[in-house]
Design a protein around this ligand. Structure first.
Ligand code: NAI
Length: 687
């Protein structure tokens, strides 16, 4: 028997517990051991029923993803879960799944192969495979519609969102929710003398084939809107629809084919890469062994603008008291009003209770000056993006903050060392670069200065996770990882417009490829004034590859600052809908002719090639310079901070999947034709 399985007796029940920390992920070996235990119970006259449960706080969180990767790479034979599931389902004695915690993916599939499902309160069930570019591969698309109906099964398999216990009970996925422990509940159910009842034999909830087909058409359309260009969601819908027209075993074969196609595809490889990349960011090589993060019990934020108020919410959301200061009483008031509005909107949508709103608001205390900042274990600065101002603020904070307190700056581009140098404790200073809106976006770039102490890095990495953020460690350079790479990508987009590509064509070339927004529309969202300031600073510092002239500067000078001024690259009516502006087309023609920039027609492919090559090449430089610890960290930054499609794995994974030789050849060709801008950086990573 697998060491991950334990069997104990509970009255006349055999309780089989899957115990494979941290989340009881399913492997062939574990499932085989469960099937064996069920078979042995069938032979044992003393056993009346089998109860299957998970150790710890999870039932089974899904199949082991490393195993799936090995199967995809051809290093292991294809998935054989169905055989073991069938043996469990065929048991002549009742098998009851006791859901002590979440049953997701293979976990729900296993539970559905059991004859009954008893759940503790607060658990979740789901088929989240699409989030890894897969469809359920162990009967999920065939058993779920038999329990919950075709529509519910399509929704769960296509979108991957979990259902809470109550919803799952109502849908027919669960038989019972119990007050106490799931195992006790399952024992009680067994004592009622329940009979064997196989999900595979259920027909009552299945729609007829025609109804299932029309549901499939609706869901396929919804997938195209909600998860455009992803292969797995419509494949999951298709497999569920098959349950309505095929016999069970045939349906399983149909599902398996769809699963294997997804597993062999590029999208699942990219999504699994992102899954592991996100988990790897927390590992910081080179920190001395035994370095201890400091305890953070109280925080303070300087600057209550867009970012500062969002950052204060992050602390309050994690239950940490936070002081909020601003040099302008009016801005402080506005910041607090925004926070309140934000929480109330969350309550309005049912995401927070009225008590939670009150509790969180109570944790955020506005202060005059920096009153009380001496009590904070960490101070995050989020004042205007001006070096001299930030240095002044840090000098002041140095005089107030208690010894050992961490001083973090939320700067997007400025030199963290220059900020640290204005204090007498540069070892306590680092960057904590949140993304906007700070209370929503998971990404935080943790920027290590020259003098930042290891325990300070460890503290902020851990604190970020406590704030439910995704921290990525970055070295100190202009723009760190994300904004530094985004600059040449956007500069290419602008240059293409200068060379004759229509604004919308440039943006659509990238959104059609999967980017959440086009690079020019992003300019309008963030503000062309912000990008203008950043560009001036880059020019002042002599940052390589910064073009000395840019049409975007002209838009800025005309007061076209983007959405905030209702005009930028596009025009904006009442809402955020971007309208084409013939005036921009005229202005750019005028600009280009004045600058002597040659005009030509561009294909979407050309546009993508240039913008993405500029992005990847800068990523290669960042990696080469050690600004990012690993290529996969760069991917995490772009997927989580810049709307890069996760199913393409991030820029570095995408380049590696394309073939780094091919990328180098294309850069070299552009270099030969157009000069130094395109000089290939060292391209030698694996992801
Ligand atoms: P903002 O203009 O909304 O807020 C800045 C606030 O700082 C203002 O309320 C201002 O009154 C206050 N302030 C100025 N001097 C101060 C002082 N001496 N003491 C206390 N408060 C002072 O600016 P925003 O957008 O919140 O940006 C703040 C920082 O965050 C900047 O460094 C920016 O680069 C960075 N950042 C901004 C992002 C964004 O998307 N807006 C994203 C990531 C970082």
């Amino acid at each position: 028997m697998s060491s991950a399985i334990t069997s104990t007796r509970h009255a006349s029940c055999l309780v089989v517990t899957i115990d494979s920390p941290p989340v009881n992920a399913l492997t062939e070996e574990i499932l085989e051991a469960v099937a064996e235990a069920v078979a042995a119970a069938a032979e044992d006259p003393a056993v009346g029923a089998v109860i299957l449960t998970g150790a710890g706080r999870t039932f089974v969180a899904g199949a082991d993803i490393r195993m799936l990767e090995r199967i995809a790479a051809g290093e292991e034979p294809p998935l054989r879960f169905n055989e073991a599931m069938a043996r469990i389902e065929q048991s002549p004695k009742p098998v009851i799944a006791a859901l002590n915690g979440p049953a997701l993916g293979g976990g729900l599939e296993l539970a559905m192969a059991c004859h009954y499902r008893v759940a503790a309160q607060g658990i979740q069930v789901g088929q989240p495979e699409v989030k890894l570019g897969l469809i359920p591969g162990a009967g999920g698309t065939q058993r779920l519609p038999r329990l919950a109906g075709v529509e519910k099964a399509m929704e769960m398999c296509a979108f991957g969102e979990p259902a809470g216990a109550a919803a799952a009970l109502e849908a027919g996925i669960l038989d019972r929710i119990v007050e106490g422990g799931a195992v006790e509940g399952a024992v009680a159910l067994a004592a009622e003398g329940v009979a064997v009842r196989r999900t595979r034999d259920r027909q009552d909830r299945l729609s007829d084939g025609a109804a299932a087909e029309s549901l499939a058409a609706l869901f396929t359309e919804a997938c195209a809107k909600r998860m455009p260009r992803q292969a797995a969601p419509p494949a999951a819908v298709d497999a569920v629809a098959a349950a309505a027209r095929l016999a069970f075993d045939e349906g399983l074969r149909y599902e398996k084919k769809g699963f294997e196609e997804c597993l062999e595809g590029e999208q699942s490889k990219a999504l699994m890469h992102v899954f592991f990349a996100e988990r790897a960011t927390g590992r910081v090589p080179g920190l001395p062994a035994g370095v201890q993060p400091l305890a953070v019990r109280a925080a303070a934020v300087a600057g209550a603008g867009t970012m500062g108020s969002g950052i204060a919410m992050c602390f309050a959301n994690a239950g940490l008291p936070v002081l909020l200061a601003d040099s302008s009483a009016e801005h402080l008031e506005r910041g607090l009003a925004n926070i309140r509005r934000n929480y109330e909107a969350a309550a309005g949508k049912g995401r927070l209770s009225a008590e939670q709103v009150q509790a969180r608001l109570a944790l955020i205390r506005p202060v005059r000056g920096y009153d009380g900042f001496e009590t904070a274990d960490i101070v995050v600065e989020a004042v205007f993006e001006e070096l001299a101002l930030k240095q002044h603020v840090f000098r002041t904070l140095d005089g107030i903050a208690r010894p050992g307190a961490v001083l973090a700056t939320n700067t997007s581009t400025l030199d963290v060392d220059a900020i640290a140098a204005s204090t007498r404790r540069p070892d306590s200073v680092l960057g904590m670069h949140f993304f906007s809106p700070a209370n929503v976006m998971r990404l935080v770039e943790v920027v290590r200065g020259r003098a930042t102490a290891p325990h300070v890095i460890a503290t902020v990495m851990e604190l970020s996770r406590r704030l439910k953020k995704l921290p990525v460690l970055a070295g100190n350079c202009f723009g760190f990882i994300g904004n530094r790479m985004f600059a040449p990508y956007r500069a290419q987009a602008v240059s293409l417009v200068e060379q004759g590509a229509p604004v919308r064509q440039v943006d659509e070339a990238l959104t059609n490829w999967g980017m959440a927004m086009g690079p020019l529309a992003v300019g309008d969202l963030v503000g062309l004034d912000v990008y203008w300031l950043i560009r001036q600073e880059a020019l002042r510092l002599g940052i390589p590859h910064t073009p000395c002239a840019s049409f975007e500067d002209e838009l800025y000078k005309l007061g076209r600052h983007g959405q905030k001024s209702r005009a930028g690259w596009y025009v904006y009516g009442d809402g955020r809908r971007a309208g084409d502006d013939p005036e921009v087309a005229r202005l750019v023609r005028e600009y280009s002719s004045w600058q002597g920039i040659e005009q030509r027609a561009w294909s979407e492919r050309d546009i993508r090639e240039r913008t993405l090559l500029a992005l990847i090449n800068e990523g290669a430089r960042i990696l080469d310079e050690g600004i990012a610890l690993r290529a996969s960290d760069i991917d995490v930054v772009f997927v989580n901070g810049f709307g890069f499609p996760a199913w393409r794995g991030g820029p570095m994974h995408y380049a590696a999947a394309l073939g780094l030789d091919r990328v180098r050849d294309r850069l070299q060709a552009l270099y030969d034709a157009e000069g130094p801008y395109w000089k290939p950086a060292p391209l030698n990573w694996t992801t």
